[in-house]
Design a protein around this ligand. Sequence first.
Ligand code: ADP
Ligand code: MG
Length: 169
Amino acid sequence: MTSPCPIINRRLIITHHPSPMIKVVTTLIERVTHSPEETILLGREIAALLRPPCLVLLEGDLGAGKTTLVKGIVAGLGVAGEEEVTSPSFTLVHEYGSGAKVFHADLYRIEGARDLATLGLEDLSSQAATVLVEWGEKLGDNAPIPCVKIRMEHLGRDDRRILIEKVDA
Ligand code: ADP
Ligand code: MG
């Protein structure tokens, strides 16, 4: 059984917004995990940082571990068990929870802005929901401002580098 390791390499960055009244605080967390179980545990930690409405964009190649991390986030939010979370690559969006809703989308098969419009991501984001989007980079300039951006990288074998950028405006 892997024990959760504490968040390391945590940095607080305060950037200056064009308006002097607004400070944007970005928390950067970088972690390397060595097994799917460890990534799921990290997902549970991330869940504790999320306050809906919240859009989470997950970026990274096939097999980088996006769906695995989402299992931990969804389980950590208490809306489903990790084994109930599967890739929405064919259905495009899965929905969890009855009160506080969690949507899990996968844009892998999305081509172009028209396809994207059929997903209704703006509607999802406007509810008091948590919206987790795999292949979030496909949103390009259409992306509503995410509260968390997660980049995942396959380092080889079971090692994954996970960079979490949490924006508090
Ligand atoms: P993606 O959604 O990015 O395509 P998945 O989460 O579906 O990726 O798949 C990741 C695969 O890599 C799974 O088979 C998982 O068991 C395996 N894996 C091995 N090591 C890790 C790790 N450290 N973190 C996440 N997944 C891992
Ligand atoms: Mg996936």
